[in-house]
Write a protein that binds this ligand. Structure first.
Ligand code: PRX
Length: 656
């Protein structure tokens, strides 16, 4: 029976929701003894053997040395003597079973086109595209950048790379030409895969045009493959001869079969860029066997994904959630994945619920920011549709406030679906802290406990565990298979960011508390990383862009709490004396950031100030700016323009 000990808003770590009538469809085949006895390496070896199809099954679990400064990869090796292919695990092994004609991907575009790819369709297309890549000279270890909307070809392209051992780097389709260029140049990709465009809220996202702009300064790219979606007339898409070719033409010209390349466990699978605390995005490198073990197992544990499910993860493939829980995890499990290209409010605010009803979606995995947006739009859009097919709901990307958790649980899940709040990161590759539905009692607002095979702790500044209920730094105590192995081209930064703060332990960068029941409550980042609508942005990255604008002498960016997006960037700017100030400058600077990164980075506010508050050593006092932006200090941020006020505040803070 459902048991709610307190009313919705009176939440605390004692509110427990236990769904006794909810039954798992997939049994948990976990040897909890292994995991509980601290033999985590052996535990993961069993999981790897159980969940994956191997060309050479591994016998070795783990070799590792905590990385130290100056150490080089490889420094960790999971399942070192095994060989396998990720595409074979996500596609080929299913076509040898009854799943051959099962829907692998059901897709709907924003304008409403529908496509269904069975596992056999995927098998044919992945092989053909693998041959296209080989024909373009791509070999094992080469990098391929993918810049696409949410269309089935994105999955085909990723799996084709995996099939031949090429390393893909997917760049979110909402990123600007400049952001794309930076990522292509960092990875030194030889091929770019893009499309004429995508649909977003009824408008065209001009991907090929952005790509052309980016490629003006990307000498490594020799070939561009363009998918013609028909958003633009083919004759209007500029194709550079010798460089650009149409996907559909190339697919017709190649042989139909391409055997999967045997890959060693630690061979790279992909690079995915995330924002860190510096101006430069970090290319997280994930490898083959460990990553796939992590995502395949956690997909089944946390989503209870069964053959009859229609599973919808709303993330874009440009983010880690799209990699792990749209493509690799679900397809490794032989699931039916629903994919939607467009915006949730197009043509109306009920689009998601219309899709859930139309396709009978059973599992929905989304971000708190989307849930809060839907909450704000109101229940009338939800009530237009029958959502009875849903049986499990998931959340990811940022802390979910209990109010949003309860709204999701009541209005979307009809109080019958467990809500799994999943904590993880691009670096962790797979979910780390989350409930096992049907087993773990839920507490709204908590991601609950670490999954089997993981050990987390909350530490104070000196590395000691804090007492239950106290805030501290979230760390992971030992290595796990799906963890990122390095930052592409910058291993020293990897060691410094993740393994130096508490030597031998993985530093997540997040603050958390752990309550007396061992439940984790995530409290946001402890560094200068913003989480805007579930997307990571670095304050430094925004600042270094802003100071490139001719008007800007100095810039400081902080995150202000936002009821819908979690956080939004707010910029404080000092203008060059020589620059003629004008009324439109704030908007100009906002647009400048959008042009350089993408719409998700648009500052919500730009404030001009005669000086930025700094410590005596010259460090910008971000905490003060945050307080000002949140209205904690002044109530009215416009007074910031008065340097006397800032000085006064700086004085106050210094005296603390
Ligand atoms: O701060 C945490 C937050 O998102 C960060 C990771 O961001 P990214 O690498 O972009 O991956 C997002 C999708 C996995 C974390 O350091 N975060 C992610 N999930 C949660 C979360 N914070 C609280 N609760 C979560 N469930």
């Amino acid at each position: 029976m459902e048991q709610e000990k307190r009313s919705a808003l009176d939440f605390s770590s004692d509110v427990v929701i236990q769904l006794d009538h909810w039954q798992r469809r997939t049994p948990l085949q976990i040897d909890f003894r292994d995991s509980a006895q601290g033999n985590h390496a052996q535990f993961w070896l069993h999981i790897a053997q159980q969940y994956l199809t191997w060309i050479v099954p591994p016998t070795r679990a783990l070799r590792w040395q905590p990385p130290q400064s100056g150490s080089k990869p490889p420094w960790v090796e999971w399942f070192g003597d095994g060989e396998l292919n990720v595409a074979e695990n996500c596609v080929d092994r299913h076509i040898r079973t009854w799943r051959r004609n099962k829907a692998a991907i059901i897709w709907e575009s924003e304008p409403g086109d529908v496509r269904v790819l069975t596992y056999f369709d995927l098998y044919r297309q992945v092989q053909r595209f693998a041959n296209v890549l080989l024909g373009l000279g791509v070999r094992k270890g080469d990098r391929v950048t993918i810049y696409l909307p949410m269309i089935p070809e994105a999955a085909v392209a990723m799996l084709a790379c995996a099939r031949i051992g090429a390393i893909h780097s997917v760049v979110f389709g909402g990123f600007s030409a400049e952001a794309l260029r930076e990522r292509i140049n960092d990875s030194q990709s030889s091929v770019l895969i893009t499309a004429d465009g995508g649909w977003r809220r009824g408008s065209i996202v001009p991907l090929k045009r952005n790509a052309d702009q980016a490629l003006e300064q990307c000498p490594s790219v020799r070939h561009v493959v363009v998918i013609h979606r028909g958003v633009e007339d083919a004759t209007h898409v500029p194709m550079q001869s010798g460089r650009d070719q149409w996907w559909h033409r190339l697919m017709e010209e190649v042989p139909p079969s391409c055997p999967p390349e045997p890959m060693e466990s630690e061979d790279p699978l992909f690079i995915l860029y995330t924002s860190g605390t510096t101006g430069k995005p970090k290319g997280q490198l994930h490898t083959t066997a460990g990553y796939l073990t992590g995502v395949a197992a956690t997909t089944q544990w946390v989503f209870d994904l069964a053959d009859e499910d229609v599973y919808w993860c709303t993330a874009d493939i440009g983010w880690i959630t799209g990699h792990s829980y749209v493509i690799y995890g679900p397809l490794a499990n032989g699931a039916t994945v629903f994919m939607y290209e467009g915006a949730p409010d197009y043509p109306d605010r009920d689009r998601w619920w219309a899709l859930v009803e139309k396709y009978g979606v059973t599992i929905l995995y989304t971000a708190p920011t989307a849930i809060r947006t839907m909450m704000r739009w109101g229940e009338e859009y939800v009530r237009r549709h029958n959502l009875e097919s849903l049986r499990l709901l998931g959340s990811v990307g940022e802390p979910i406030n209990p109010e949003a958790w309860l709204w999701y649980w009541e209005n979307i899940g009809g109080k019958r679906c467990p809500v799994v709040d999943t904590w993880w990161q691009t670096e962790t590759g797979c979910i780390v802290i989350a409930p096992l539905p049907g087993i773990t009692p839920l507490k709204p607002g908590s991601a609950t406990r670490p999954l089997p095979g993981f050990r987390a702790s909350v530490l104070d500044d000196s590395g000691d565990r804090v007492t239950p209920g106290r805030r501290g730094y979230l760390v992971l105590e030992h290595p796990w298979p799906a963890m990122s192995r390095t930052i592409w081209g910058d291993h020293a930064r990897y060691v410094e960011t993740y393994w130096s703060r508490f030597p031998g332990k993985y530093f997540t960068g997040d603050a958390a508390t752990c309550d007396r029941d061992g439940y984790y409550w995530l409290l946001g980042r402890t560094d200068d990383v913003l989480n805007v609508a579930g997307h990571r942005l670095s304050t430094m990255e925004l600042e270094s862009i802003l100071v490139e604008h001719p008007a800007v002498a100095e810039a400081a960016v902080i995150g202000r709490t936002d009821a819908v997006k979690g956080q939004v960037p707010v910029a404080f700017i000092t203008v060059r004396e020589s620059f003629p100030m004008h009324a439109g400058l704030a908007d100009e600077l906002k647009d400048y950031v959008v042009e350089r990164i993408g719409a998700l980075a648009r500052p919500a506010e730009v404030h001009f100030t005669a000086e930025l508050p700094k410590t005596r050593s010259g460090k910008i006092m971000r905490r003060l700016l945050r307080d000002i932006a949140e209205g904690h200090v002044l109530g009215d941020t416009t007074t910031l323009a008065d340097p006397g006020v800032v000085k006064h505040l700086v004085q106050l803070y210094r005296e603390e």
